[in-house]
Design a protein around this ligand. Structure first.
Ligand SMILES: [Zn+2]
Length: 386
């Protein structure tokens, strides 16, 4: 069946958090479709279902040989939302195929199926795929996979089909999110030494942190960056029963309380411990202390040196051409980082051209999608198993 027809079928199956299909929910309909497709058309492969909760599963598709080339593709999408001028459940217009999930990342699933057909035809072994659940929501799918397969696999290359607008991406920055409550001491504004200004403490902490970030960098990922996401600061007047702090409004009181959420996009060599240590050193200069700190998110980074992606680069150059690597700031965190770091495996992210991902009128460029398929088939052709 032509690939565009397969894509149409996959996009038609809703796989957002409100989707319900017989026996399951969210991406379950897509998982069943993929399982049935492989079992019917790709008999050299076996499908292992990994249940992640009632009515949801990952699919690990392999050929019973040690996995050396692993493809990765999530099956869920965000909700369609509003504002579409095309059909969210799939519609071709000229050289674009519109629909929720067309680019992110059901075209990747179809390209992988083409690669599996190729492997079957030329009897290439060691090729496997993880089709996984819950990427757009809480990453439960990838975490379950890591927990069960960590010791069972050690692939030589991972190719993740997240959208990259037709280019390659060989890394992603990590994310550390910290939530603080900082405490100073109230005093009279006319006599700065009578109090400890919680806001000054925050500023010092931020300065120290920014100094640190400038000294850390990765040739591909660049420098880490800090986002001060929210700040609530003032002199405590009252703590409500629900723990909400009410501030006074007078300008002559030194603020003694500050709540702040910091988010740092990290690169290799930087983690939450280092960030906290340097931020606290900055605070200390002012006498402000940490009342509580909570690490709400800690996701690592990865960067594969391009020398390890020679084969992928050659194929890209032959089939696609032009600028090879996507600007790192065009893409956020990717779940594939967990696998790249786990096995220290060279990893590339490679999706077709398209736009409006997570928005209305998401589409994939049909010729770019076809090129992606060609590339994956060539990759299988030239893959050396050992
Ligand atoms: Zn995605």
């Amino acid at each position: 069946m032509p690939s565009l027809d397969l894509l149409k079928q996959l996009v038609e199956i809703a796989s957002d958090k409100k989707a319900v299909s017989s026996g399951g929910q969210v991406e379950y309909g897509v998982a069943c479709w993929l399982r049935d497709y492989v079992q019917k058309n790709l008999r050299g492969f076996v499908v292992e279902e990994q249940k992640i909760e009632e009515g949801r599963m990952n699919l690990f598709v392999h050929d019973n040989k040690p996995t050396s080339l692993l493809f990765l593709c999530h099956m869920d999408t965000v909700e369609a939302g509003s504002g579409w001028t095309t059909s969210a459940s799939g519609e071709q217009k000229g050289l674009r195929f519109y629909g929720r999930g067309s680019a992110d990342m059901k075209c990747g699933a179809v390209a992988i199926l083409a690669a599996l057909h190729q492997a079957q035809e030329i009897k290439k072994t060691g090729i496997a795929v993880l089709f996984y659940a819950d990427e757009e929501y809480d990453s439960v799918g990838i975490k379950k996979f890591v927990a069960e397969y960590e010791k069972k696999l050690s692939p030589k290359l991972i190719v993740c089909m997240e959208p990259t607008n037709g280019k390659l991406r060989r890394g992603c920055r990590g994310i550390v999110e910290l939530r603080y409550i900082l405490r100073g001491k109230t005093g009279h504004a006319a006599r700065a030494s009578s109090g400890i200004n919680a806001f000054d403490g925050l500023n010092q902490g931020i300065n120290s942190l920014n100094e640190l970030l400038k000294t850390i960098g990765d040739p591909y990922l660049g420098h880490p960056t800090l986002n001060v996401a929210t700040v609530r600061c003032g002199a405590i007047q009252q703590k409500r029963p629900d723990d909400f702090i009410v501030f006074g409004s007078a300008g002559n009181i030194i603020p003694d309380y500050c709540e702040v959420v910091l988010e740092v996009r990290t690169v290799p060599g930087l983690d939450s411990e280092k960030i906290k240590k340097v931020f606290h050193e900055g605070l200390k200069k002012t006498g402000v202390v940490v009342e509580t700190v909570e690490t709400r998110l800690e996701l690592g980074s990865f960067a594969t040196p391009n020398e390890q992606l020679k084969l992928v680069e050659d194929i890209f150059y032959e089939v696609v051409g032009g600028d090879m690597y996507q600007d790192i700031e065009q893409g956020g965190y990717s779940d594939v980082q967990m696998l790249a770091s786990l096995w220290q495996t060279p990893t590339v992210i490679w999706g077709a051209k398209g736009d409006n991902i997570h928005g209305a009128d998401e589409y994939v460029d049909v010729s770019s999608f076809e090129k992606l398929e060609t590339c994956l088939k060539k990759l299988v052709d030239r893959w050396e198993e050992s």
